[in-house]
Design a protein around this ligand. Structure first.
Ligand SMILES: C[S@@+](CC[C@H](N)C(=O)[O-])C[C@H]1O[C@@H](n2cnc3c(N)ncnc32)[C@H](O)[C@@H]1O
Length: 258
């Protein structure tokens, strides 16, 4: 299983880096990232671990804000890309190829902050990953992780009933969101689209889980849940009409209890 998932990200690494384009997609920039930043709080001078960093744009962003950043990812190719992009920008980040489910390169109680952005919905080993992120945090350290909202995830139990295409936004109108089989925790495979509308080379695995599964996993690892957000788009861009009506992302903030 682990090897299959690693292979997916290795094969998709170039397409994924192209999609992220050094700054995240419009959904990331207008909905998710401002919320994650608010929940992380002040990062200056803090030791931050970016888990599943991808091509590393958030690692670079928080390093520029003054955090001392270590970043890990399962994909060797994505770590190589992240290293190259950091060199170009002259930013120092400690990159490692490692697996969140058993982080062999990371010592116990090393970090003030752990960021895990849009990763846990792509891994089979949720409880192991949460326990590992607990292990590497100092006492009172903060974990912020985001996922695509599992109640309204079209890779999971639901989808929009679409209407006509809006000629201004070039997006189809959302008539309503339909949900079913929310409690079926299953794996889905989906092809992502590149920035120019082509297909990623191979499909990506997604693991649908309920909100209570995420919360219970945090609590049983010894975390205290201190924040939860369903961020809405910033601004009033009509493009995000659907995301203003139904949450696209869910963001959790938890602290490691002593
Ligand atoms: C959707 S991407 C998110 C990347 C980055 N956090 C971002 O926001 O751009 C998911 C990332 O998780 C990584 N990943 C998947 N399984 C992993 C694992 N078991 N351990 C570490 N990273 C993993 C993938 O290689 C990929 O870079």
């Amino acid at each position: 299983m682990e090897e299959r998932i690693r292979e997916q990200w290795e094969t998709n690494a170039e397409a994924f880096s192209g999609l992220i384009d050094g700054r995240g997609t419009p959904h990331h920039r207008s909905i998710l990232n401002p919320c994650v930043e608010k929940l992380l709080g002040e990062v200056r001078g803090k030791k931050l671990l970016d888990v599943g960093c991808g091509e590393g744009y958030l690692a670079r962003y928080y390093a520029k804000k003054g955090a001392i950043v270590t970043a890990i990812d399962l994909s060797q190719r994505l770590i190589e890309t992240a290293e190259q992009l950091s060199v170009i920008e002259g930013i120092e980040i400690d990159y490692r190829v490692d697996n969140v489910c058993h982080m062999e390169s990371v010592l116990e109680a090393e970090f003030d902050l752990v960021l895990c952005n849009l990763v846990l919905l792509n891994i089979p080993c949720l409880d192991d990953a949460i326990r590992e992120m607990h292990r590497v945090l100092k006492s009172d350290g903060v974990l912020v992780f985001s996922i695509v909202h599992p109640s309204f995830n079209f890779y999971g139990p639901g989808s929009w009933q679409m209407g006509e295409k809006d000629p201004v936004t070039n997006r189809r109108e959302g008539v309503f969101f339909k949900v079913d089989r929310y409690f079926e925790e299953v794996e889905y495979e989906r092809y992502w689209k590149t920035k120019d509308g082509g297909s990623f080379p191979v499909p990506i695995s997604f693991f649908h889980r309920t909100l209570s599964t995420y919360i219970n996993s945090l609590l049983s690892a010894g975390f205290c849940l201190v924040g939860f957000a369903e961020p809405q788009p910033v601004g009033d861009d009509k493009f995000f009409d659907r995301e203003r009506r139904v949450p696209f992302f869910a963001v959790f903030k938890a602290t490691r209890m002593k």
